[in-house]
Design a protein around this ligand. Structure first.
Ligand code: HQG
Length: 180
C-alpha cells in the first residue's frame, strides 16, 4: 500500500479513535479502547479497507506513535489528542522545568491574554523540545514557539501527564507561566 493511502487510513483511525467513533458506530470503552475486530468490521462496512495486518503496520509505522495496541492484542486506542470524553488513566508526572508549545503567530495575542486552552481537545499539548513544538505550530500557520514554565506550574499545584508517545498534557496554562 502507498504512503498516501497509509496516511489517509491513519487519519481515519485518528478520526474514529479520538473524535468521532459514532461516524462508523464504533464503541470506545471508558479508557478509549476499541476492539480491533469491531473496528475492522465497521470500517469495511462503510467502504474503508482495513485488515489486521494494515492496522498493525500503521500502528508500528506512525511517525508520532499515535496509537497503541493492548497487551493481549485485542484492542487499539489513540495515545493522545482526544476530544471524546475518555480517560487515558495516566498518572501525574513531574515535567522538566520548561516545556514548549507550538502555535501560529495569529493566536499569540489571545494566548498572551487568556493563556493556553485545550480548545476542542481534552488537554493542552506541550512538547519536550522546541523543534517538535515548531512542527506542531506550523500545522496552524506561521509557527511560533512559546516556552512554558512547567516546573513553576507544578510547584503551584498544576498537574501534568505524559502520554504513551511522549506528549506532555495539562488542563490549561495561565498566561503568567508563559515566558516573555
Ligand atoms: C491554540 C498533533 C487562541 C493552540 C500535534 C493551538 C499535537 C489558542 C490551537 C496535537 C488559545 C489548538 C495537538 C487561546 C490555545 N487563544 N488560540 N487562548 N489557547 N490556542 O490542534 O496543540 O498529528 O487542538 O495554540 O502534534 O496544535 O494530530 O492543538 O494552535 O500533539 O497526532 O489553539 O495534535 O498531533 O489546536 O495540537 P489543536 P495543538 P497529531
Amino acid at each position: 500500500m502507498s504512503n498516501v493511502n497509509k496516511t489517509s487510513i491513519s487519519k481515519f483511525l485518528s478520526l474514529v479513535l479520538r473524535h468521532k467513533p459514532e461516524e462508523i458506530g464504533l464503541a470506545l470503552d471508558a479508557n478509549g479502547w476499541a476492539t480491533i475486530d469491531e473496528l475492522i468490521a465497521r470500517a469495511n462496512a462503510r467502504g474503508t479497507p482495513l485488515s489486521r495486518a494494515l492496522v498493525e503496520t500503521i500502528v508500528a509505522e506512525s511517525d508520532k506513535q499515535r496509537f497503541a495496541i493492548s497487551a493481549d492484542g485485542a484492542k487499539i486506542r489513540a495515545n493522545q489528542g482526544h476530544s471524546v470524553d475518555i480517560s487515558l488513566g495516566l498518572k501525574p508526572q513531574t515535567p522538566p522545568e520548561q516545556l514548549f508549545h507550538g502555535t501560529a503567530t495569529r493566536f499569540i495575542e489571545s494566548i498572551r491574554v487568556s493563556g493556553l486552552h485545550a480548545a476542542s481537545r481534552q488537554h493542552v499539548h506541550l512538547s519536550a523540545d522546541s523543534a517538535t513544538a515548531e512542527k506542531v505550530g506550523s500545522r496552524h500557520g506561521k509557527p511560533v514557539v512559546l516556552v512554558v514554565e512547567s516546573g513553576r506550574m507544578v510547584r503551584d499545584g498544576h498537574l501534568f501527564y505524559r502520554s504513551e508517545n511522549g506528549v506532555w498534557l495539562t488542563d490549561s496554562v495561565p498566561p503568567e507561566y508563559l515566558l516573555p
